[in-house]
Design a protein around this ligand. Structure first.
Ligand code: CP
Length: 305
């Protein structure tokens, strides 16, 4: 592949290859080593939406592979003067980068940009469409704890309708033959959700019964999700992950959250920081996964993955 636009473009073997490549990057990252794989290459991070984890880890990942990494400050760029996405892409393309990592609020904007440039384009989240490196880092975190993805029951809970994280995870977990459940109030379930997940629940306790992994999602208030629930207090009562609700899942269930968390909205702080939580490990896996995808796309001489 030339780009990474979504998990939907990957088959099962390609997902496994990326997870294996990421696994090999973990010791490099932990030892704070730098590989020469992308020496002489230039990576531009272009984030039209806010980010902490994805932007920082893409920057660290590129630097650990020896690339020159440039972070575009979109708010102080000529985007603020009215320059379009396509003109911005053409402008950056003229500077001969090897990769552009893009986050944008509109579904499909990253694919559009990929058609206008000659370099590799990596989707760092586009609207409610896909967030492929998030799904890969979630899969790596699960695989390291459970030894497999195949046959696990994974419950994804919260704002499914507006979540690119949910979409990418459901596609990946389906490709890897995990059993997927979504749990949400009806107002936060997208149309066609029964085609996206194996099972759909509106009752959280029933949905968590027998789950091996509980993945919580943030309410996407920037996409007006807050207006789809009666109140935050009621949302927390019915869908916030607390000790009592978590007791319905398997005793060794992993608790995950892509971040950023809204403590006390979708998750009790005691659970977020508790013994079943792997939330900070997800962040750590983010660096290894982003090293792997950058290496797979840009280091073609070493491996044509
Ligand atoms: N999980 C995630 O995408 O976090 P950021 O928005 O902080 O990048």
């Amino acid at each position: 592949h030339r780009h990474l636009l979504g998990i939907a473009q990957l088959n099962q073997q390609e997902i496994i290859d990326l997870l294996d490549r990421a696994e090999a990057m973990i010791p490099i990252s932990r030892q704070r080593k730098t590989l020469p794989n992308l020496a002489g290459k230039t990576q531009i991070n272009l984030f039209f939406e806010n980010s902490t984890r994805t932007q920082a880890s893409f920057e660290i990942a590129g630097k650990r592979l020896g690339a020159t990494v440039m972070n575009m400050a979109v708010r102080t760029s000529s985007v603020a003067k009215g320059e379009t996405l396509v003109d911005t892409a053409a402008t950056l393309n003229a500077m001969q980068p090897d990769a552009i990592v893009v986050r944008h609020g509109s579904s499909g904007a990253v694919e559009l940009l990929s058609q206008k440039v000659e370099c590799a384009v990596l989707n760092a989240g586009d609207g409610a469409h896909e967030h492929p490196t998030q799904a890969l880092l979630d899969a790596l975190t699960i695989r390291r704890h459970k030894g497999r993805l195949n046959g696990l029951t994974v419950a994804i809970c919260g704002d499914i309708a507006n979540s690119r994280v949910a979409r990418s995870n459901l596609i990946l977990l389906g490709a890897m033959r995990a059993r997927t459940r979504v749990i949400a109030p009806k107002s936060l379930l997208p149309r066609g959700v029964d085609q996206m997940a194996s099972e759909v629940f509106t009752d959280m306790r029933k949905g968590l019964e027998g789950a091996d992994v509980v993945m919580m999602l943030r309410l996407q208030n920037e996409r007006a999700s807050g207006k789809l629930i009666p109140s935050v207090r009621e949302y927390y009562k019915f869908y916030g992950l607390d000790a009592e609700k978590l007791s319905h899942a398997n005793a060794d269930a992993l608790v995950m959250h892509p971040g950023p968390m809204n403590r006390g909205v979708e998750i009790d702080p005691a659970i977020a920081d508790g013994p079943q939580s792997v939330i900070t490990q997800q962040v750590e896996m983010g660096v290894a996964v982003r090293m792997a995808v950058l290496d797979a796309l840009l280091n073609k001489d070493a491996d044509d993955a």
